[in-house]
Design a protein around this ligand. Structure first.
Ligand code: SF4
Length: 132
């Protein structure tokens, strides 16, 4: 509901963010904490001479299913790790994620409007600080 109220849409996930580094205790670097231990997504190790977080840039493709989806602005194209787990493809949205996201969004929209119409005092208490 906070996202709806502030109209702050979802930022893309860590995996596509070129400035994020997640490190294991042994110094292995990854873009996303969910890939820690996965050799395929290891960026390198901080003990390597030529290690740089900015090597190994992953480019996010346009996912047609997401670009045609009403929930895209809030969902942000889903989670590549969930896609990897369930579809074996980081760019293929999986049905469980899509169903969960849409149910959460629909219920959030409903609750947001119910509070706005029926409980204006509560709405003010909940969201006034969000817009200042
Ligand atoms: S709900 Fe599914 S199809 Fe829609 S933007 Fe999210 S991942 Fe993509």
């Amino acid at each position: 509901m906070k996202q709806i109220h502030t109209r702050k849409c979802s930022a893309n996930c860590f995996l596509w963010n070129q400035t994020v580094g997640i490190f294991s205790a042994r110094g292995n670097a990854y873009r996303c904490y969910r890939y820690v231990g996965n050799e395929e997504y290891k960026l390198g190790n901080i003990n390597e001479d030529n290690f740089s977080l900015f090597n190994n840039r992953l480019r996010k493709p346009v996912v047609r299913k997401c670009s045609e989806c009403w929930a895209q602005l809030f969902c942000g194209d889903g989670c590549p790790y969930e896609n990897y787990l369930y579809e074996d493809d980081i760019n293929k949205p999986n049905q469980q994620w899509c169903a969960k996201t849409k149910i959460l969004l629909e219920e959030s929209f409903r609750l947001y409007v119910q509070i706005l119409i029926n409980k204006p005092g509560l709405f003010k208490d909940m969201f006034d600080s969000q817009t200042k």
